[in-house]
Design a protein around this ligand. Structure first.
Ligand code: NAD
Length: 297
């Protein structure tokens, strides 16, 4: 019999993920505060849930959440989830939220008899639609195994990062590194061009030398060398500046609570705050034109 899933949060990411669960043969019940979002999910084969709390959850195998922030996930886990959900129903939170909340919600749900994992994603809306997301999962090994079939229906790679909250930890540490490496790559192109190298020449050398990185070879912030990069379409996202700023905020918050020292992460957050003021709707590689225009210090 098909596994039955309740999907909560049908926004930019959740809509594609929900549709991929349907495509993979799961029976999916879909809920969002937006009626339009629910209607769009129904058009792709999900069943509408009108009211979350009173929904008959006795037949559910799993609940997947894809929500904006920790407070929304806490609201659903602690207040709004179906009252009739049977013990043993697996909770999979795919949202990007703070490590502390993820750990507390995951451990709390598990203690109440609901196995729980945090499973934030790498990859944007295109990957959500194509079913090619990467999942970083925190939770007990047996709960990771339970979650795998659901995650494999929505993604291409699924990694176990350790206990509850470790999925979020992996995600924000990775994205802090991405921010730092993107800023460094932008500074290198800025400097090289000021010194008389054109972007392609610098790319050809550095991408084959020790400065090479994903930010350079997959997502080059200078227009030209990597045709699919947002730099070639006026820095339209891509991965928008506010998203990067959100993840950096979570990283700096987690650094504070864990006593970690992240001076470059702090400075990256400051630069992305400036980017959000000047170019809030642009891709996070917009740092390069901002340097060229003298907008960053
Ligand atoms: P979104 O704002 O488009 O969607 C969130 C949805 O949740 C909305 O439809 C909203 O109505 C719904 N919602 C909010 N509170 C709710 C509640 N209490 N009950 C039911 N529904 C509720 O956001 P998104 O872009 O889909 O992002 C979702 C999560 O994925 C975020 O944590 C984000 O950081 C993460 N993420 C996003 C991207 C991206 O490229 N968009 C990439 C990776 C990770």
């Amino acid at each position: 019999m098909a596994q039955t899933v309740l999907f909560v949060g049908l926004g930019n990411m959740g809509s594609g993920m929900c549709a991929n669960l349907v495509k993979a043969g799961f029976e999916v019940h879909a809920f969002d505060l937006s009626k339009d979002a629910v209607a769009a999910a129904v058009a792709k084969g999900a069943h509408a849930v009108e009211d979350l709390r009173s929904f008959d959850g006795s037949g559910l195998d799993a609940m997947v959440t894809m929500l904006p922030a920790g407070k929304h996930v806490a609201q659903v886990y602690m207040e709004d989830s179906p009252q009739s959900m049977r013990k043993g129903t697996l909770m999979i939170d795919c949202s990007t939220i703070d490590v502390e909340t993820a750990r507390a919600l995951g451990q709390g749900a598990t203690e109440r008899g609901y196995p729980a994992v945090d499973a934030p994603v790498s990859g944007g809306t295109a990957a959500a639609e194509a079913g090619t997301l990467t999942f970083m999962v925190g939770g007990a090994p047996e709960h990771f195994e339970m979650a795998k079939p659901y995650l494999e229906a929505m993604g291409k790679k699924v990694f176990h990062a350790g206990g509850n909250g470790n999925g979020q930890a992996a995600k924000i540490a990775n994205n802090m590194l991405l921010a730092i490496s993107m800023i460094g790559t932008c500074e290198a192109f800025h400097l090289a061009e000021k010194l008389g190298l054109d972007a392609q020449t610098f790319y050809d050398i550095s991408s084959n030398a020790s400065g090479q990185s994903w930010s350079m070879t997959s997502y080059c912030p200078a227009p030209g060398p990597v045709p699919a990069a947002p730099s070639n379409r006026d820095y339209n996202p891509g991965f928008a500046v506010p998203m990067m700023l959100k993840d950096l905020g979570l990283a700096i918050e987690a650094a504070g609570t864990s006593g970690s020292t992240v001076p470059l992460g702090q400075h990256a957050k400051h630069l992305y705050e400036e980017a959000a003021k000047a170019h809030g709707d642009k891709d996070f590689s917009v740092i390069l034109p901002m340097l060229n225009e003298g907008l960053l210090k």
